[in-house]
Design a protein around this ligand. Sequence first.
Ligand code: PLP
Length: 391
Amino acid sequence: MTLQERYAASLMNTFGPPRLALVRGDGAHVWDEDGREYIDFFGGIAVNALGHGHPALVDAVTTQLRTLGHVSNFFTTPPQVELAERLLALLPLSPGDAGRVFFSNSGTEANEAALKVTRRTGRTRLVAMEGAFHGRTLGALALTAKEAYRTPFEPLPGEVVWVPYGDAGALRDAVDGTTAAVVVEPIQGEAGVVVPPEGFLAAAREITTKHGALLWFDEVQTGVGRTGDWFAHAASGVPPDLVTLAKGLGGGIPIGATIAHGESATLLQPGNHGTTFGGNPVACAAALAVLDAIEREGLLEAAVVRGRQLTEVLLAEQEVTDVEGRGLLLGAQLADETAAQVVTRAQERGFLLNNTGPGRLRFAPPLTIAEADIAALGEAWADVVTIEDTP
Ligand code: PLP
């Protein structure tokens, strides 16, 4: 039996069959069970910020595991406290605003914690965005826009309304004195990398402040350097009340973080929330190694430079009509609904790509991806993206 067949016989079919069985990785390259090599332009869905097998990450994890592997939240550890302090220092806080962090193990859990913070305001109404993806647990799913994900699990925690992403007028109409929070991805990831119009995040701040609602940025996909800034919302200069992180933070080791500012930082009190693994020292040591490497290796700048290179490569073929996004989170619009075929053809030629819709590709490679890897895609691109009509 192949690994794929064994997978089909032993795992729940929640995602459809896996595209490949991968056995090894190095930087932006991975190998399948037959020894075929691929350049990874997907990064485990925007997770592998440092690529595969980065020595600093491997060292940090193995050293911490050897030193102290898990203690539960009855105790604390140096990596947990250090990581919370580092994250708070990376977010510009207002004077006197200390901020607080809650650690969990995934993006959806980071959002569950934020959702519980919003409930502690005493209000329950939430405003989210059309096209939004916030996760699969029931609270985060309640905020996720896609009907197909939501409907089988209804009733979900209620009182959520959605407004068109980027529409400040609609947001203004939807928020009032009963709104607990507005949740926004600063760039929508699962929707295919969609950037809101200039000024939208500032409008969201103004509207939420006016009505005493919290402004929550879900940076699970966009955070930790992916867009060339530590956080995608940094470019707007808009201070949120809540920020949620996961994906790139651990560079492949599961960790989520919910960061709260101002009054929202103390809304959760003892007994209100918890998780056995959250703040685990190995995961926190991994995240510290990721943050160190981003700084030491200039990966914020690299994300911008390599993102520009990748944009040029993609736009060189007229089948690509537009490239949206920032840094190394890019969405490419195709002239035709051929994205699935492009992904298959790319894989046959040794490139892992991702499609988020019939005519949309998403790129989220490691921030460490080499110029030569992007150039290699450039050489193959015309062949990969040109899908002839089949009779
Ligand atoms: N929020 C956003 C913006 C995401 O892109 C995702 C995952 O794609 C999530 C939340 C959920 O994260 P996880 O899959 O780690 O639960």
